[in-house]
Unconditional design. Sequence first.
Length: 368
Amino acid sequence: MKQCERRAPLTLLNSSTVRAFKILLVGVFAAFELLTPWSLQPLFAQANFYQGKTITLVVSSTTGGGYDLWARLMARYIVKYIPGNPSIVVQNMPGAGNIIGANYVYGIAKPDGLTLGAVNPALYFDQLVGRPEVKFDWAKFNWIGPPEKNDIVYYMRADAPFKTIEDLRNAKESPKCGSTGTGSTGHYIPRLLEETLGIKTQIVSGYPGASDIELAIERGEVFCWSPLLATYFGREPYRRWHKSGYVRVMIQTGLKRDQRLKDTPTLTELMQQYKTPDAGRRLAKVILTAATLGRPIGTTPGTPPDRVKILRDAYAKAIADPELLGEATKREWEVDPTHGEELQTLSKEVIAQPREIIERMKWVLGRE
């Protein structure tokens, strides 16, 4: 006769186990409740904020310069990674040494994440020395990020009567150099060279943008300028000028010589050679931090943090886009980005300078 299989007896749950199980079920249902469409609505709304919208990227310089070209390249790619597929327009807003555009982004544009600004990284100089036209606080911009860090070159027309550093130091009549304003490299680099190396320059200020200075050099109005290294190697007329020997790079500001300028000394080398005092070296370090800031893009203070995050995330993805990197390579641009959070920290640090440095900066910037 076939025996029936014996089954294990059911174990009755005690009261404490039942209570624990009920608590677990309540927690599960509560969590599910949080994931309902109604609870997710704010998140979806933020992600879809940019749908059908137009972003304006304000460039604080004129068209054709390095800041403008980089901004236009970034504009084409950043919108690819912003949820909602917004459109974007680039608006140049030059004037007052790049201050007008920065003032607009900071205090006139709505803090809604629909206005970005590509501004000159040295504008914090003007804030430090108390320039009255400044209506912004550099540290309070919501920084999205720069695509690169940039050293600076000081070049001279090759037919100018200044062939060496000694020629510049001993010149009876100082060379004339073009500048767009006090926040520009064309102004503060010549002043810094006088402070650290004793090279005097006549600064001709007020040119609207880089292309205007380049035309002035061709016309013989000025003989020198101090653009970013990336600008010098990244576009015309510099490629043509460099290849033909039309200009001569006299000094570069990087910690080491760029491989394309192996025969051009760095400012650090020259400060060692001419025994620049420590105070001058400290001043040079503060001022040249602007090169580390690169070509920063930011947005208006008060912009909702989640929209700032959307923009920063989109920027980080855009700067790593293979097509963008390909275009940058063709233009001989170096891509060396800084994340927005890091830029935010650096911007807070750079404006916290002691009075002695600020007083020396006033002279460099012509605000003494």
